[in-house]
Every structure is written in C-alpha cells, then in structure tokens.
Ligand binder design. Structure first.
Ligand SMILES: [Fe+2]
Ligand SMILES: [Fe+2]
Length: 508
C-alpha cells in the first residue's frame, strides 16, 4: 500500500537525531503484510463528540424490563440489562481479581517485568506473557492489574467485573470514570454504564441517566456514533453521542483521551490557497472527506495546546534552549496544520468550518519527571512517530496533487516533531537510574501494545485514492510503523550500552 523505504528513512532520521548508529538498531524492514497484532489502544487516536439526535427534550425514558447480568461463574454481577440493551448498576458486588493470562516465561524478547513482584503500582499485579504475532515478531512481558472492589479504584471509579461490559481485558478492571457508583446514587434510580472504544482503549464509564442526556441508545445518534458516558463528554456526567477518529500528530491527552474544540462556522482559520479537487468526487466521498478533515483539523488545533503544555514541562525540568526552541516551532507548525485541515474540511463541506473555544478544564500541568516521561513516550515518541508515518504513507497514496502536497508537508513537519520527541526522551533519560529506564521500557511496551490495535472507525466510505483508509489499513500501517520505527528506536535508546548524553550532543 505504501513505500516501506519511506519508513526506513523515517527511522534513520530519528536515529540521526539521537546520534545513534542505524546499524545498532538491529531491526529490519523486510517483513510486510497486515493484520495480526493485538492489544488495545492507540495513542494517535481520539474521539469527537456531538449532540445530534438524542433522548433529551423528550422526557427521561428510563429502563424498561431488566435482566440480571451473571458472571462466568454464574453469580450475580450486580448489573442489570434493560430491554433496550442499556445496563445499570443495581448493587455493588465484589469482583474476582484473578488475572487469567499466562505468566512471564523469562525468555521473552521485551520485558518490563519478569515476576509478579515487579508489578506493584496497583493491587493484584501480575507479570504476564504476550505472544508474538504476525505483525510484531517479539514476545513480551508486562504488568497487568485487576481489582476486587471499588475502594481499590479511587473516588471517581468503580471496579467492573469481567463479563459486564467490554473492558479490553479478560479480568476485572477499574472504570475510567464513575460519577455514580450504584442506582441509589441517582435521582433517576439508574446508574448507567457504557463501554466505548475510542480508537485507543475501551473506555468504561458510569453516570446517572437523566433527561439531560443527549441520547440513551446508539440508535439516538447519527452517523454511527455511540451513546456513551466518558470523562471528556461535552457535558461531563451525562450520556452523549461520540465517534472515534484517526488522528495525525500529537493529541492533547486528558485522562488518556484526546481533547478537541468543537467545530464552528468561521472563515479565519481557512487557508485560501488550499483548493482540492471537489468536482470529480462522489457526494458520499466528499461528505466523508469533510467529516474526516474536520476531525483531523480539530486534533491539529489541539496539538498547539499540547505543545504549549509540553513547553512548560520542558522549562520545569530545566531543558536546554534547543528543545524549547523546537517545541515553539512545532506549535507554530500545528497552527498551520490546523489551518490546512480546516481549509480542506471547508472546501469539501462547501461551508466555512473552524474551531470554537477549546475547553481546557481539567487539563493537567504535571511536572513530575515520571509523568512527563510517560506522556512524552505515549503522546510524542509513539503518537508523533505514527503521525509522521501515516502522513508519509498517505502522501504516497492520494491522487489529488493538492492532497498529496498537504500530506507531504504534514509528514515533513511531523517527522521533525518526532525527532524533537526522541531528543527530549534522550534528555530526560540522561543519567537516569535503572529503575527509571525500566519504567520507560514498560511505558513503551504499554503504548506500543495500545497503538497496535485496529482503530474501530465507523467510516461509511473507504476510498484509498483520497486518503480515506479502512480501520484495517490504518491498523496495519500503524503496526508497521511501530515495528519498523518506534520499537527499534526505543530499543536502541534504552539499551544498556547507550551512554548518557551530554547536553551539547542534543543539537539536531
Ligand atoms: Fe506534530
Ligand atoms: Fe500536526
């Protein structure tokens, strides 16, 4: 589907930015193909919300009927399924925290743990084995955590037993949010639970059903959106229509999910010189392109805020001037990417589209070195590298010269951003102890596994020649970028033989 040599050149550029020998990386790019790798999640994905359709305004419909949901051992889960397939939590029931997954064997290629004793971040940790797959020939070991009760999950989360909703694993797991814990907490008497695959992870959330909800079931939503409650709902603690999407570049992650500004009708973000071919497009393709570019533009727009936060974190950690300068330049690039994206969205939609206000409520500015390290790995080393790889691939696929130029320009910029990410990682790891390096390796394992999943795009139109790829194509492309670029760079940088770098070596 795309030129694999382009990925090799991306890897070489990152190695050059890190001052590493390409020979030292050991990985090769000879294995092509698609499909295979599993895992859940992806750092370069996001969701967008809308409030179309909906149960709001028509009165609170409530739960009709009700069938208790039983766990695999036949015991009551405490959850009840209504006739319309929605689920609510009638009673609090403890969960079995057993993790039914094979233990680490010790012979795996990549290991962020070797025994259960290494998995102490949360209760019930187990160091589990992950098989190799067609896409990722490496076996690995990583920590997994289960839960037994709500108290282990904190104030705004509950322990959801395996088998209630899809939580991405085959064991009990803390929800990502819970503004209610049981039906008795809600005026409506209904504490609803939903699982939403946002293109990254299945996001399980609980909230009181009410007549403030924009929807009750998926059928209330248009365009294949799902009716869910997640921490970043446009109205927190309600149920709204959400769609997933495929991001290019660095997302503004808040609580693990990408935050973006809703679209609005305005002309000042539209670059006049972006005039793609629209006359030859089928109306359905044109409409799908308008939707896709509206989402991409919103993500690029949010990247400006992501880099602003990144700049502040760099300053808090005493970064050298060249990293600060590059971060400022990258933020300016993202403004241009957003303008290009909104221009394309507006041309395809034949109406002006731009961003409205970006809600920064709850956006953390954490300067703890480990938090910065983890978000750098997830958002930038993985997210920006995949973004560069995706843009590179799309530049080689699309036929419209205007689109080709756009993807090529974004690819060039995102490659520079990826280089910045990896140089920053090297700065953060300079002189780091083995415990920190092990933390970095474990974070890479998690982020790579997450990004290996196929995004669940509910895309009505797939048209390669204009860049509308299927979930399967995007998943395969990401796994290739992870295997050919991200993993070799991470292995080379985190290998014990790499000496701490002097600040003077950080220049590109
Ligand atoms: Fe970027
Ligand atoms: Fe970008």
């Amino acid at each position: 589907m795309h030129d694999r040599l382009a990925f090799l050149s991306l890897r070489l550029s990152l190695f050059a930015a890190l001052g590493l020998s390409a020979i030292a990386c050991g990985s090769s790019v000879e294995n092509g193909g698609s499909g295979g790798a599993g895992g859940s999640g992806g750092s370069a994905s996001s969701s967008s919300s809308s409030s179309q359709g909906g149960a709001g305004g028509g009165g609170f419909p409530g739960c009709a009927g009700g069938t208790p949901i039983l766990l695999a051992n036949g015991s009551d889960s405490g959850y009840v399924r209504c006739d319309d397939d929605t689920i609510h939590r009638a009673a609090v029931v403890a969960c079995d925290p057993t993790i039914n997954a094979p233990a680490c064997e010790g012979t795996e290629t990549n290991k962020s743990c070797t025994t259960d004793a290494d998995c102490t971040d949360k209760p019930h940790g187990k160091c589990i084995h992950r098989d190799a797959s067609g896409e990722d020939p490496n076996t690995s070991c990583g920590c997994a955590y289960a839960c037994a009760n709500d108290a282990e999950c904190g104030a705004d989360s509950v322990c959801v037993c395996d088998g209630v909703v899809d939580n991405g694993v085959a064991w009990s797991r803390c929800s990502v949010s819970a503004t209610c814990k049981v039906d008795a907490d809600c005026p409506s008497g209904e504490c609803g639970i939903t699982s939403f695959f946002d293109g990254c992870y299945p996001q399980v959330g609980l909230a009181c059903r009410s007549d403030a909800d924009a929807c009750r079931v998926d059928a209330d939503c248009m365009g294949g959106a799902a009716c869910v409650t997640i921490p970043w709902n446009s109205t927190p603690g309600t149920f709204t229509c959400e769609t997933d999407s495929c991001a290019i570049g660095r997302p503004l992650l808040v609580a693990g999910a990408a935050r973006t500004a809703p679209a609005s009708a305005r002309v000042d973000w539209i670059l006049a010189e972006i005039t793609p071919d629209t006359a030859s497009l089928d109306p359905a393709v044109r409409s799908a392109l308008a939707e896709a570019w509206t989402e991409i533009a919103a993500l690029e727009h949010a990247s400006v805020a992501s880099f602003a936060r990144f700049t502040l974190q760099l300053m808090a950690l005493g970064a050298p001037p060249e990293l600060l300068f590059a971060a400022q330049q990258a933020a300016a690039d993202e403004v241009e990417h957003a303008r290009v994206g909104y221009a394309l969205a507006s041309r395809y939609a034949d109406r002006p589209i731009g961003p409205s206000k970006l809600d920064l409520t709850g956006v953390p500015l954490d300067t703890d070195p480990r938090v910065v390290l983890a978000s750098l790995i997830e958002e930038a080393c993985v997210g920006e590298t995949i973004g560069a790889a995706e843009a590179l691939a799309l530049a080689g696929i699309v036929r419209d010269p205007v689109l080709r130029e756009v993807h090529a320009r974004i690819a060039e910029d995102e490659q520079r951003h990826a280089e910045l990410a990896w140089r920053t990682l090297r700065f953060l790891l300079a002189g780091a102890d083995e415990d920190t390096r092990r933390f970095a390796r474990a974070t890479f394992d998690r982020a790579i596994e997450a990004a290996s999943a196929e995004p669940s795009l509910r895309r009505a139109v797939v048209a390669e020649d204009v860049g509308l790829l299927s979930s399967k194509q995007i998943g395969a492309l990401r796994r290739q970028a992870l295997r050919d670029v991200v993993r070799p760079c991470a292995d080379a940088l985190l290998a014990p033989a790499v000496a701490p770098v002097a600040l003077a070596d950080l220049h590109a």
